[in-house]
Unconditional design. Structure first.
Length: 436
């Protein structure tokens, strides 16, 4: 697709769908960036119920409201040395020394690279034993400095460094979680070192999403549930092929441009999520209590007529290719059946929590700048700071790994499908005085 960010949201989970028609879409902006810094304008209040309301009514808190990141290095080739070839990247992270760990579905590999992008070693390998994977996903470095790698077949492996090496490639512990976790959601930790394991369950029509919380030894502790969200699409559409069998149909459980919820976990162990239909973020705890609401006063931008028309045409073509009438396909909302698209773009694309606690909210790219990725950045308390612009289109799923000064993102070539990991650096501006 021409819009590098829309491929995660316009026809629903098209990452591996062979039946999809890719829509050529230019992404219109939700707002333009400004070169003039504006002191933060807003308010913070607490309701009688104890909910903290952070209303970001004006400019950001950074002295510079727009920060341009710089590409530091790229790891990955289209052809050549196999140590630099990736098939399907399932996550990236980095440790305190700057070593980069990349999980790849192809060959069930986790590979380590130096801070200069030089290949160092394999971590684990394909198999069913300790330190081995079927499909390694979501590598993450915990507060203890160890590398944790999930596997779709339920294993979680903790790697530490050997006495003779700084690499996190020595198996320390292996334990089992539930089978088939959410593959593209990152592994998170709280300040106590508890691991948050993203999972889901339900029927073909209704799914519930949550995190299972484990201590450092793999013992179950608690559950952090995502509440019911109005914008959550139905599960993958499907139709019956026999009395007891069926076939899934990607791309028909929601219409193009419909708002999608996104969520992540903070270092306090709170769930941060937004529904996507307005610029509001919520924090909840394991009891389901709302602790904080963060909002920005921004109007939603209209979808350009040409892009909306092209997407509607592609959706109709998608329905016309079905081997059965659309009336026989389950989990298809009325908007898809009737071909009704929204008039405005969603408020945001994805919600991410950086390792320093800041909240990074991915926005639609600006008109004419589809080869860039735009993030609104908030402090941990919800004060809007400014915009960071990444000079490349990076995927929302798997999520980028974001620190206080770097973004490790996955890129995919639109023509070849080749995936790479790119590292971007940015300078955090000074903060204006007088913030709450």
């Amino acid at each position: 697709m021409a819009c590098p960010n829309a491929d995660r949201i316009d026809l629903s989970s098209i990452r591996h769908a062979a039946l999809f028609i890719l829509v050529l879409m230019a992404c219109a902006p939700a707002e333009t960036t400004s070169s003039t810094a504006t002191h933060w304008q807003g308010g913070v209040e607490t309701t009688e119920a104890g909910i903290i309301l952070v209303n970001n009514a004006g400019g950001g808190g950074w002295v510079e409201d727009t920060v341009m990141a710089v590409r530091e290095l790229t790891i990955g080739l289209e052809d050549g040395d196999p140590d630099y070839l990736f098939g399907d990247i399932m996550g990236v992270t980095a440790d305190a020394s700057g070593v980069i760990y990349i999980a790849d579905r192809m060959g069930a590999l986790v590979r380590a690279y130096g801070g200069d992008g030089r290949y160092l070693a394999l971590v684990g390998g394909k198999g069913e034993g300790p330190g081995e994977f079927d499909v390694p996903i979501a590598p993450a470095v915990g507060p203890d400095g160890a590398l944790y790698v999930r596997d779709v077949t339920s294993r979680v492996t903790r790697f530490t460094s050997r006495a003779s090496s700084a690499l996190l490639d020595s198996v320390a512990t292996t334990w089992r979680g539930p089978v088939y976790p959410q593959s593209y959601k990152p592994t998170r930790f709280d300040a106590d070192g508890q691991l948050y394991y993203p999972h889901e369950h339900g029927t073909m029509e209704v799914r519930r999403y949550f995190y299972l919380i484990y201590d450092g030894n793999g013992e179950f502790v608690d559950t952090l549930m995502l509440p019911d969200i109005a914008t959550m699409p139905a599960s993958t559409a499907w139709f019956r092929t026999s009395e007891r069998g069926g076939r899934m149909v990607d791309g028909l459980n929601r219409v193009p441009f419909s708002p999608m919820p996104s969520w992540d976990v903070t270092g306090d162990g709170h769930l941060l999520f937004g529904e996507g239909d307005e610029y509001s973020l919520f924090m909840t705890n394991t009891n389901g209590d709302t602790l904080r609401r963060i909002s920005r006063n921004l109007a939603l931008s209209p979808i350009p007529d040409g892009e909306r028309r092209d997407s509607a045409t592609a959706l109709q073509t998608r329905k016309d290719t079905l081997p059965v009438p659309i009336s026989e396909v389950f989990s298809v909302p009325d908007e898809v059946r009737e071909g009704i698209l929204p008039e405005t773009l969603p408020a945001f694309l994805s919600v991410n929590v950086a390792t320093d606690g800041k909240l990074w909210i991915e926005r639609w790219p600006l008109a004419g700048r589809r080869d860039e990725t735009f993030f609104d950045v908030f402090g941990p308390e919800g004060i809007y700071l400014g915009v960071v612009v990444i000079p490349a289109s990076i995927l929302s799923e798997p999520a980028p790994h974001i620190t206080g000064s770097r973004v490790y993102g996955i890129t995919r070539d639109e023509m070849t499908g080749v995936e790479r990991v790119a590292v971007f650096t940015f300078r955090t501006p000074n903060v204006e005085e007088g913030l709450p």
